[in-house]
Write a protein that binds this ligand. Sequence first.
Ligand code: AMP
Ligand code: ZN
Length: 478
Amino acid sequence: MNAPLRLYNSLTRAIEDFRPIDPAEVRIYTCGPTVYNYQHIGNMRAFLFADTLGRTMRWKGYGLRHIINITDVGHLTSDADAGADKMEAAAAREAKSIWEIAAHYTDAFKVDVARLNITPPAKWTVATDYIEPMIEFAKTIADAHCYQLGSGLYFDVSTVPDYGRLARAATDVGESRIDPIDGKRNPQDFAIWRTSPPGEQRQMEWDSPWGRGAPGWHLECSVMSRIELGQPFDIHTGGIDHREIHHPNEIAQNQAHCGCTDAEPGFTGAKLWMHNNFLVDRGGKMSKSAGEFLRLQTLIDRGIHPLSYRLMCLSAHYRSELEFTWESALAAQTRLKRLVQAVEKLRAPPDKPSRGTPDRYREAFDAAISDDLNTARALPIVDEALADKALSPADRLALAAEFDAVLGLELTTITRADLRVRPVDASIDEAGIEAKLADRREARAAKDFMRSDVLRDELIAAGVEVMDGDPLGWDWRL
Ligand code: AMP
Ligand code: ZN
């Protein structure tokens, strides 16, 4: 595909031409979930974005090595080293071991990844599998860049040039939120290693030159990305919150470790840093600390198919904030049904030769996604291509499959019936609905409209919306 791929780089705050270090293998690292709880649908937006990026690389003909980590140690309730350890707190809350907590929420996360048709990475790197290399990494930077306090080994951010360049002005805001830790030289200094408080045994702790304890959260991503991808690699991704603390800290560690800031002033570990904007919910249901929050399962329970949520995310640019509402989720579901129905129709009719060329759709789609992954602009091109009667059904079907390699909506494999997700509170099952609908058709054929209306009311009472004459060809929707 010919359009030059252009991507927004958070480091320069500009859209840049993408030139892979090695076209045979574009290397991408994505900060993964902290497995102390279920992921909310906002978190899943971050992985949908990273998946769209990876799929676009393949569409452009590049090879790909994508790594996503699983954070099972080190992440405190504040990104800036304050508060309780998220994993320890969850273990206490649920009266389970940390390892059970990590296993349970890692599995749940992977279920959601599969439901959303997110391509699994080349490797899920689990932080606790990398403790030794983390200690080795820390040893190489300890003398020149760190200092020890009672609570651990801290990184002195004044020892690297240009600390916080990624965060820019937002760093000042970030600082005011950072709880002071006695003895820190700079407010933004962060823990490389946290030693266990005397007399307190943590469930997860290891011996190190700085005492028994656990690694800081930022350390793990520097170490895993370096080991799995080499540095510099092509692209580092995460949610926009990581632009303020986590990624500036990773960059500082990378600079300290390679010691090559003078020779290569722009060296940060990755060539591009990309961040997705947040999914927001006015009702506050996107915050795990606030109690009840929106999970993918919550959507399914309300009758929303996971791929409808995927389409909802694709309908917005990844750098725009996206507001979640039930109406927008339902609208996405309707849009997906229309797409799936358009594809279904292409399978049935006898093939006619195309009178035009599908290339212009390919090019338009390519131009849209090559423009900083503009999926919002690419989607109407899909609609247009599928509806273009000048193209043979076979050509249109082929386009749908090609586009879907980027969109990941399973357009050529799911059916409208798959998209009928039964809400948990539904009091009637599919067979019951079909039986009532058959009765109703009979009543209508016999012009018994009273009975037909009674049956319709019964269906409505059971939460079934009967759609007479629906252009989508749907008889009902729960
Ligand atoms: P966590 O499990 O908290 O480490 O977060 C996993 C990923 O989700 C990170 O890349 C976060 O930046 C991202 N993230 C957190 N909240 C949201 C949100 N509301 N919308 C989009 N991405 C988010
Ligand atoms: Zn990370």
